[in-house]
Write a protein that binds this ligand. Structure first.
Ligand SMILES: Cc1ncc(COP(=O)(O)O)c(C=O)c1O
Length: 395
């Protein structure tokens, strides 16, 4: 009865089952190093931040496929904060980044067409592409000192059905920005083949290595390849429940205009963005800076804790992260990742993500969120590293 867009098997994975079983048994909750919901991470949100959602102007419904002008102008000012000039009429409001992906897949791809996705990366690419009948084909990020896109693997993954190249900058979970040089090479591959670039820049505000943001390539600045920059309140001001994201369209003028005309048709069919959040957008984007600053400080402090802790556990390596909300720890491969994270949960009472959730090509990697409160983060990381310190010394 059901389509193949939804999974045949809906069973929970072993880790989710183990967490639920611990909870059901009344055990103390583990230290959760997977926690990445900013609204539950102890940040100080101004109590009246959401007051503009009740602005009486939102009582009038005036549907507009790309969203209200005032909100699109506010997003344009947010790009200007990054030194990027994006005309408001090139900005399309969406209900979230996931919503933006879906709109773009509808714009660019027919059923069975392909998009190139980074590996390792964001686990949601699998369901997002499948739900729109698009086939994801991976290209690789390699680590040699720092992460870099294996541009050869991009070229090898291209087929006549490739419609878009997805990049995530900084990437979740590797924390690597796509550099200006990498973007030049990717644009040179994509433009002549009619492949669009979709750049997920939701974490672009969060820099962990000084200078990383400045050396990143930004698609909004490109006139040579049809590109879509994705952002949203979910990460930029830690407000996922506001449900406001956006797409900035750039590229050769005629192509960008043609894309916008068709995107308007897609957005007009859904009109997914609520009027209250559009009315509130200018105020949210302005006042949200206070939350962004707290998040930026938090992730920097926790990353420093992780890097310092690593010195005490030579068996483990903290992979360099340039930005974002996550860090990757490489650990000895003494057992399958899944067994390892289950053991960490059961014996050390700490919850981490296994690397395979993010499609790391080999084992063993653990992914931790940098959002938890610093004391809990330090405790959780100490438990993880202590686990390996002992294991490494076992005969
Ligand atoms: C790379 C990346 N893009 C997008 C999102 C989600 O954004 P949204 O809440 O706007 O759908 C996430 C959330 O973790 C993410 O890691």
């Amino acid at each position: 009865m059901f389509s193949s867009r939804v999974p045949r098997e809906l069973a929970a994975n072993r880790l989710t089952i183990a967490v639920a079983a611990q909870r059901a048994a009344g055990r103390r909750p583990p230290i959760d190093l997977t926690a990445s919901n900013p609204t539950r991470a102890g940040f100080d949100y101004p109590h009246d931040l959401l007051a503009p959602l009740a602005d009486p102007r939102a009582l009038a419904y005036a549907p507009a496929p790309f969203g209200m002008r005032s909100a699109r102008e506010a997003v344009a000012r947010d790009y200007a904060r990054h030194g990027l000039e994006v005309p408001p009429d090139r900005i399309v409001l969406t209900a979230s980044t996931s919503d933006a992906y879906s709109m773009l897949f509808k714009l660019l791809a027919d059923a069975g067409d392909e998009v190139l996705v980074p590996r390792p990366s964001y686990p949601l690419f699998d369901p997002l592409t499948r739900l729109d009948l698009v086939t994801p084909r991976p290209y690789d990020l390699d680590i040699h000192g720092g992460w870099a896109i294996d541009v050869g693997s991009v070229e090898r993954a291209i087929t006549p059905r490739t419609r878009a190249l997805l990049i995530v900058s900084p990437n979740n979970p590797t924390g690597s920005f796509v550099t200006a040089g990498e973007l030049d090479r990717l644009a040179a591959i994509c433009a002549p083949r009619g492949i669009a670039i979709v750049a997920d820049e939701v974490f672009a505000d969060y820099e962990l290595r000084a200078g990383a943001r400045a050396s990143a390539g930004r698609v909004a600045a490109r006139a040579d390849v049809l590109s879509f920059s994705l952002g949203g309140l979910s990460k930029s001001i830690g407000l996922p429940q506001a449900k406001l994201g956006w797409i900035a369209v750039s590229g050769p003028d005629a192509l960008a205009r043609a894309a916008l005309e068709r995107l308007e048709h897609v957005c007009d069919a859904y009109l997914a963005v609520s009027t209250p959040v559009q009315v509130a957008a200018p105020s949210l984007l302005e006042r949200g800076a206070a939350i962004r600053d707290q998040i930026a400080q938090r992730v920097a402090v926790n990353y420093a804790t992780l890097a310092a802790g690593r010195d005490a556990a030579p068996a483990c390596g903290v992979l360099p992260a340039d930005g974002g909300w996550y860090a990757v720890v490489q650990v000895p491969s003494l057992e399958p990742e899944e067994d390892l994270v289950l053991r960490l949960l059961a014996t050390d009472e700490v919850l981490v993500h296994p690397g395979y959730f993010f499609d790391f090509p080999r084992e063993s990697f653990l992914v931790v969120s940098l959002l938890p409160p610093p004391a809990a983060f330090a405790d959780g990381i100490a438990r993880v590293l202590r686990h390996f310190d002992c294991t490494a010394r076992r005969p």
